[in-house]
Design a protein around this ligand. Structure first.
Ligand SMILES: C[S@@+](CC[C@H](N)C(=O)[O-])C[C@H]1O[C@@H](n2cnc3c(N)ncnc32)[C@H](O)[C@@H]1O
Length: 139
C-alpha cells in the first residue's frame, strides 16, 4: 500500500526534482562544459554539473558547503549563486585556508561578490558557530 504521509510526499518531490535535473538538457550541457574545464575540485564533472544545476533550479540563495578542500566545488557553487545570494564553505583543515583564499582571489569579481547579508543568520547556526573563524572561508 502506498504511504501518502507528508514526509513521503516530500521524498517524492525530492526524487522528482532530482530526476528532472538529471534528464534536463541544461544538466547535460553543464556536464560537457565541466568535463572540458580545469578544476581544483575532487568531484567528477557530472557531480559539479549536478550541484550547479540544483542551485539554479531551486533558486538557492544561501549555500553551505561542508568540506572546501581546495575550493573547486565552492567555485562552482559561487558561479551558480552569483548575483542572488552567497556561499559559505567550511573545512576542518584550517591549514588549507591560505590556498583557498589564493584560489578565490583568481575568481571573477561577480563570483567573489557572492557573499553577504545572509552571513549573520548562518553564523547563528550551531554548525557554523562551532567552527573557529580561521577554518571558515566566506566565498
Ligand atoms: C572530499 S573533500 C571535499 C571536496 C570539495 N568539496 C571539492 O569540491 O573538491 C573533503 C573535505 O572535507 C573536509 N572535512 C572532513 N571532515 C570535516 C568536518 N567534520 N567538517 C568540515 N570539513 C571536514 C576535509 O578536510 C576535506 O578537505
Amino acid at each position: 500500500m502506498q504511504n501518502l504521509s507528508p514526509a513521503n510526499d516530500a521524498n517524492c518531490d525530492v526524487a522528482d526534482t532530482i530526476g528532472a535535473i538529471l534528464s534536463s538538457e541544461s544538466y547535460h550541457k553543464k556536464c560537457a562544459e565541466f568535463a572540458g574545464a580545469e578544476s581544483k575540485s575532487l568531484l567528477a564533472p557530472s557531480a559539479l554539473a549536478f550541484l550547479h544545476e540544483t542551485v539554479q533550479v531551486l533558486d538557492a540563495r544561501s549555500v553551505l558547503e561542508i568540506g572546501t578542500y581546495f575550493g573547486g566545488g565552492a567555485k562552482v557553487l559561487a558561479d551558480a549563486v552569483q548575483g542572488r545570494g552567497m556561499v559559505l564553505t567550511i573545512d576542518s583543515n584550517g591549514a588549507r585556508a591560505p590556498y583557498v583564499e589564493a584560489e578565490i582571489a583568481t575568481w571573477p569579481q561577480p563570483m567573489r561578490d557572492a557573499r553577504c547579508n545572509h552571513v549573520p543568520a548562518l553564523q547563528r547556526s550551531r554548525l557554523v558557530r562551532d567552527i573557529p573563524p580561521q577554518k571558515r572561508v566566506l566565498v
